[in-house]
Design a protein around this ligand. Structure first.
Ligand code: IMP
Ligand code: MG
Length: 177
């Protein structure tokens, strides 16, 4: 058990389980994009570690970029999203979004739509973690590392209010808080 800010967390998924799941995703990506030079687009901040681990095992031509989806509240209190950091030309390229976690799916839905405006050849979504019980969207999540219950998790790049990204295992919010 560890404490982050005011909350207790317990180990939920170990680093070796995570890295095994990433190896499987990477193998599928390798098989699917063998004859191409795909563009991997990591979504900051949470995906940095996932991206590093994919790239470590991806022994073929590829390029790597990072973007951020900044979200703020407009006057109607609806979330307004804004894509920053994409300075690579993705027209006619195969793009793979690398996300740390897909929860409601709002972020990847927005991101996919924004990227499509630049006319890439294809856009696929790969996520390390996926919460199927929370996901509400009508888009395909093409590559999933680990499906998890509807729990709040930290570690392996994911944070709780800024802390916990450096943890090697993934921790879930404890029932004893
Ligand atoms: P979505 O837009 O609801 O799919 O949420 C995606 C974003 O919310 C992720 O990229 C994370 O930054 C954050 N997020 C969702 N669930 C968790 C979690 O359990 N722990 C930490 N961050 C999360
Ligand atoms: Mg994220």
């Amino acid at each position: 058990m560890i404490t982050i800010h005011d909350k207790k967390f317990e180990v939920y998924i170990t680093e070796s389980e995570i890295e095994f799941a990433i190896e499987k995703i990477t193998q599928k990506l390798f098989d699917d994009f063998q004859d191409e030079t795909p563009v991997f687009i990591g979504v900051l901040n949470g995906s940095f570690r996932f991206v590093a681990q994919v790239i470590k095992n991806y022994n073929n031509n590829c390029t790597i970029s990072f973007v951020k989806v900044a979200s703020y509240h407009g006057t109607e209190n609806a979330a307004i999203e804004n894509l920053i950091g994409l300075n690579e030309d993705i027209k006619d390229k195969h793009v793979i979004i690398l996300e740390d976690i897909v929860d409601t799916g709002n972020t990847v839905e927005y991101l996919k739509a924004e990227l499509k405006k630049q006319e890439p050849k294809s856009v696929k979504i790969a996520t390390l973690f996926f919460k199927p019980d929370v996901f509400k969207k009508d888009i395909k999540i093409d590559y999933v590392g680990i499906r998890i219950q509807d729990k709040f998790i930290v570690g392996y790049g994911l944070d709780y209010d800024g802390l916990g990204r450096n943890l090697n295992d993934v921790y879930a919010l404890s029932e004893n808080n």
